[in-house]
Write a protein that binds this ligand. Sequence first.
Ligand SMILES: [Zn+2]
Length: 310
Amino acid sequence: MNRKTFLQTSAALAGSSLLPASVLATGKKKKPIRLAHLTDIHVKPGQVPEAGMTKALHHVQQLKNPVDFIVNGGDAIMDSLEADRQQTQVQWDLFKNLLRKENSLPVYHTIGNHDVWGWFIKGEKPAGDPLYGKVWAVETLEMKNRYYSFSRENWHFIVLDSTQLNPAGGYIARLDEEQLNWLQEELKSVPARRFICIISHIPILSICAGLFFNKTEANGDLLVKRNLMHTDFLALKKLFRQYPSIKACISGHIHLQEEIEYLGIRYYCNGAVSGNWWKGTFQEFDPAYAIMEFFDDGSSKRTMVKYQAN
Ligand SMILES: [Zn+2]
């Protein structure tokens, strides 16, 4: 080897040592970010829900190929929308205790509609209570805010709060103005080379939202109700079009499972840990959680895991 070739080879080797070990070893792309998305756990006092949540957490932690962290997709508890203070306290205590005792992985939380306290209590609402609405969930789950973001390697995760009080009754899936403004600024601030995954409890885009009631309307319509899919989808689609680095959206809420690829984004609706609210299978779907993998080329992969089967 002449000196020039030696220097070139050395330089190439020195350069290659900057590559991650996994790339050097396999020549393939880097190890993906792996997370377990556990959504719609709906825990409440009782043998089946308590054992079910425990089993799901144990299953995640015993995976041969471990995950880096857990995302709680929302609806952690059965319901606090209609529950009084004491019933709500019991459910949150249960969720927190099981998580503390049975899990050692980091957890990022999402607020689901059933995690909101008191909006639909019969009679007088505890609107003056400092824990009213989303405060109880945010404080109990020690969330930075009801919506927030975090980064892992070259992916940026944005966690949204889908559930808003609907002036015409019930709740509606959309971002409020404050949150939309924040999201617009947040998207501007993420470097273009970093891929983005958006996490919401209610799907931003979903056909399962139209299948939830398992029926066609009398007039032939397949109905997507305002509380089953983001009603601001068209506005969000327009916003997302400005950011090609948005590659994936993950959600729960529907208890059905789907993957949709639309305009360069994969929308995953990831079923429910509680299946049919702890009464077995919901339509065709067993209780399950999702393992999500995020690769360094912007692609992602979902594997649904029926944790009760083994
Ligand atoms: Zn929900």
